[in-house]
Design a binder for this molecule. Structure first.
Ligand SMILES: Cc1ncc(COP(=O)(O)O)c(C=O)c1O
Length: 386
């Protein structure tokens, strides 16, 4: 049996492949420091776990509304209104199993062959995968290290045309840790406002930042009707395995996403939604503590990376990834990432796992203990000087 032609166009995430390789090495007795996977090494806050247990006991084990439970949608709408300088109601919120469906479903609903999608490169690999899967045309926008990994705005202006149906923004960014400055977001809003396109604003790391607060494009005049906000619980509440996230979008698109949800998932798990309500409306000390600890690690880890021969690491402003420039080592990104895993016992990702413009960089997640990060720097030093 031959798979459908569209399966030739879908890609995978290298992070999971590197994890498998690292585990094989560990099974053979080798020590590996894991800096490849993009998930917090913190536990889900206790009160959130308690809320899920209580929900199971209380019978939240049945189907629920496709769009999400009203109480959760209210809580999300209030949170998003408070943090984005916009006013949205629960009718604009779709609760889905993770952040990823807010890439998949709106693209499925909007994109056709011939449509162009502008997306950050290096960027979260699922963007390009999904654009290709839909049969649309991927238009990569290189990120510029010297601009804090923001776009070259003149180049963006050149790439926008009548076929551009979607523009993807991600800030704070995976894999670079860059935060798009407010003035750039404003300039991008100016370019997008009069065009017949939707902006997919991936804000999954919006609360993990160390300086300037990331700004949502949805808050600029006229942009609320043209923006799909993607956010969720995976990163900020260390809930990657719970599979719960949400999108905020115009109501005409909510209807389409609901149809896709009813055809695929029926609804998001009911008891995890109760836990998500507890996460959003309960005490916020756990996420705050996590961000503080990530900040401490970022400072020490980047300082360590900057002391390595041939490496230069721009200070990430958000998320939990360092994206050092490794051109000075004289090695290609994939070659160095493979060698670091096999010879130094440090698992990380080649910048090219995030697109062709990632050549010359590595991605290292600092969602690992302070001690492990220092040990990783030590191992990399020995490898690079040995
Ligand atoms: C930029 C970005 N968007 C979306 C997601 C998806 O998050 P979730 O695990 O909630 O589907 C990730 C996860 O790594 C991410 O890095």
């Amino acid at each position: 049996m031959r798979l459908a032609e569209r399966m030739d166009r879908i890609l995978v995430e290298t992070a999971f492949e590197v994890l498998v390789k690292a585990r094989e090495l560990e099974a053979r007795g080798r020590s590996v420091i894991h800096l490849e996977i993009g998930e917090p090494d913190f536990d889900t806050p206790k009160h959130v776990i308690e809320a899920a247990k209580q929900a199971l006991d209380d019978g939240w084990t049945h189907y629920g509304p496709t769009q999400g439970q009203p109480e959760l949608r209210e809580a999300v709408a209030a949170h998003v209104s408070q943090t984005r300088q916009i006013r949205v109601g629960p009718e604009r919120v779709c609760v889905v199993p993770g952040g990823k469906p807010i890439i998949f479903f709106p693209m499925l609903a909007l994109l056709e062959r011939g449509d162009e999608v502008i997306y950050p490169n290096p960027g979260f690999p699922i963007y390009e995968s999904m654009i290709r899967f839909m049969g649309a045309t991927p238009v990569p926008m290189p990120l510029v290290e010297e601009r804090g990994f923001s776009f070259d705005l003149d180049l963006l202006r050149d790439k926008l045309n009548d076929r551009t149906k979607m523009l993807i923004l991600n800030s704070p960014q995976n894999p670079t840790g860059g935060v798009i400055p407010a003035e750039d977001i404003e300039a991008i809003a100016e370019m997008a406002r009069e065009r017949d396109l939707m902006v997919l604003s991936d804000e999954i790391y919006s609360r993990i930042h160390y300086g300037e607060k990331p700004v949502s494009i949805a808050g600029f005049p006229g942009m609320l009707e043209k923006t799909i906000i993607l956010d969720g619980f995976s990163k900020i509440y260390a809930m990657t395995g719970w599979r719960i996230g949400y999108g905020v979008m115009p109501e005409w698109l909510v209807d389409a996403v609901n149809k896709l949800m009813v055809n695929s998932n029926s609804c998001t798990a009911s008891f995890t939604q109760r836990a998500a309500i507890a996460a959003l409306t309960g005490p916020q000390d756990a996420p705050e503590k996590m961000v503080k600890e990530l900040h401490r690690r970022r400072d020490a880890f980047c300082e360590g990376l900057n002391g390595l021969p041939g490496m230069r690491c721009a200070q990430p402003q958000g998320a939990f990834y360092a994206f050092p420039n490794i051109k000075g080592t004289g090695m290609r990104s994939k070659e160095l990432a493979d060698a670091l895993l096999e010879e130094a016992g440090v698992a990380c990702l080649s910048g090219t796992a995030f697109g062709e413009y990632g050549e010359g960089y590595l991605r290292l997640s600092y969602a690992n203990s302070y001690e492990s990060l220092m040990e990783a720097v030590e191992r990399m030093w020995r490898f690079l000087t040995g």
